[in-house]
Design a protein around this ligand. Structure first.
Ligand code: URP
Ligand code: ZN
Ligand code: ZN
Length: 475
């Protein structure tokens, strides 16, 4: 398969220039002006368009057994939605329960994607227990399964959450193996105590989700992780950072020599806490953890993306239907009265946490970030592609436009304008958290290893074209 993309503005994390790209056998083989190809090649005219390296979402959930239900997408819908939005590589959280065997878990998660993912993918290995067999299992997962990043949850005690001794062991092993540890930083005990108090006070609607996990809880989680990283020398990556003090806790640790990366996610940049206060249970659509904060925190995060303090923007795509799954936390729970063994009325603690957004991330970053002058095009590429590739061992195969890089490319039409709607999105959920949002620019053509998956903004892809990306540690 040969592909010749002509006369576009090639945008990388460092620069931009007008040029052509020739791709052969799935990789970029030439970059220049007025390139020609003798023989058969698919031609794409990119005049007036940007050519970005394929975007990478470093934090998604596709197969996710969580809070008594399962996330709605599978790899057919999730990877198609990713590509329609310009994301060509997904890094999914493999989230076993505490009782699961880690090796069986990673094989299960791989099996959910194999043969049906349209985009490329890899996983962060969730460490949800650390006992006498765990170190050997994790060593094998790194050496044999091609996984070089772990995931720990300081939140969700009783489900994915780990104890401090387990955190220490995980970070120590990661340091030895040269593996990055990604972490959900919220103090689980504080969340549980605050949830209990609020519900006892009759504060049960979705608007109480944010007060149940206040900024202090997330900040403590970040500080906690930073202390453990400092003590073990492990490299850490804070996922879905939502607020100013959490970022500041990581900045303080960096000054002490801790190697720490910061991720934020699209909902924190483009929504605010008022959405969870919408009447008639609409607020449940916006329940995720950590919660979406007030607008000043979003503004701060944008500034941190522009100045390089925050490294990446993911989605934390965790899709649950509104009419059924989110309603598990409705006071009358019209959907499934049998769900709560206690027989008590529903409250916000039963609303599955998460927002579907894998399809919208780049559109939102372009519209709300580039078009509003908050970030430039180089920052867009850095935060939505290149940095994730570098941190997670995919670079320069992914996240770059260089000779030898995979021909994962996004030809972006900056003139296109339209609206987001659940009626037209490719995600499996029955709602969009961004319904009616005006959007500027879209992925016009998207390629994965040289194969055109999206053309004229429409799906032409091949289900199953995606491959697992085998990674090796940095040491
Ligand atoms: O609300 C969230 N973030 N749901 C997905 C699970 C997680 O914490 O990443
Ligand atoms: Zn999380
Ligand atoms: Zn997540």
């Amino acid at each position: 398969m040969n592909l010749l993309i002509q006369n576009g503005t090639i945008v990388t994390a460092e620069t931009q220039f007008i040029g052509d790209l020739l791709c052969r056998d799935g990789v970029i083989v030439e970059i220049g002006r007025n390139l020609t190809y003798r023989g058969e090649a698919e031609l794409v005219d990119a005049t007036g368009k940007y050519i970005f390296p394929g975007f990478i979402d470093p934090h998604v959930h596709i197969y996710l057994p969580f809070m008594g239900t399962f996330a709605k997408d599978d790899y057919v819908s999730g990877s198609k939605a990713a590509l329609m939005g310009g994301t060509t590589t997904l890094i999914e959280m493999c989230c076993p329960s505490r009782s699961d065997d880690p090796r069986e878990a990673i094989r299960l998660w791989k099996s959910k994607a194999a043969g049906i993912s349209s985009c490329d993918y890899t996983f962060h290995m969730g460490v949800t227990r650390f006992d006498e067999g765990t170190a050997d299992a994790l060593r094998a997962i790194v050496a044999e399964e091609g996984i070089t990043s772990f995931k720990v949850f300081l939140a969700y005690k009783g489900a994915f959450g780990i104890e401090d001794t387990e955190l220490y062991q995980t970070l120590s092993l990661a340091r030895e193996l040269g593996v990055v540890v990604t972490a959900h930083c919220e103090n689980a005990d504080l969340v549980a105590a605050t949830q209990k108090r609020l519900v006892a006070e009759g504060k049960t609607g979705p608007e109480w989700h944010e007060p149940s996990r206040p900024i202090a809880v997330e900040t403590e989680g970040c500080h906690h992780l930073m202390t453990f990283a400092e003590m073990t020398g492990a490299e850490v990556y804070v996922v879905h950072t939502s607020c100013i003090p959490a970022v500041e806790a990581v900045i303080a640790a960096r000054k002490r020599g801790v190697k720490a990366w910061i991720e934020t996610v699209a909902p924190y940049l483009t929504l605010d806490s008022s959405y969870a206060e919408l009447p008639d249970f609409e607020g449940a659509k916006y329940v995720m953890s950590p919660p979406i904060r007030s607008k000043d925190h979003g503004d701060f995060l944008w500034a941190c993306l522009a100045n390089g303090t925050v490294d990446t923007v993911g989605t934390d795509h965790a899709p649950f239907d509104f009419a059924t799954q989110k309603h598990m936390g409705h006071p009358q729970n019209p959907v499934d009265a049998s769900f709560r063994p206690t027989g008590k009325p529903g409250d916000f603690t039963f609303i599955p946490n998460g927002i579907p957004s894998v399809e919208e991330r780049v559109k939102l970053l372009y519209t709300e970030g580039v078009c509003r002058g908050r970030i430039d095009l180089q920052a867009l590429v850095r935060i939505a592609s290149t940095n994730a590739a570098k941190i997670f061992g995919l670079y320069p195969r992914k996240g770059a436009i260089e000779v030898g890089s995979d021909a994962d490319l996004v030809i972006w039409d900056p003139q296109w304008s339209g609206q987001i709607s659940a009626t037209t999105h490719s995600m499996a959920t029955d709602y969009s958290a961004f319904e009616g949002r005006e959007i500027q620019g879209r992925a016009e053509v998207v390629t994965v290893r040289g194969k055109v998956m999206v053309r004229a903004g429409g799906w032409v892809g091949e289900t199953g074209w995606g491959s697992f990306i085998h990674r090796t540690p940095n040491i």
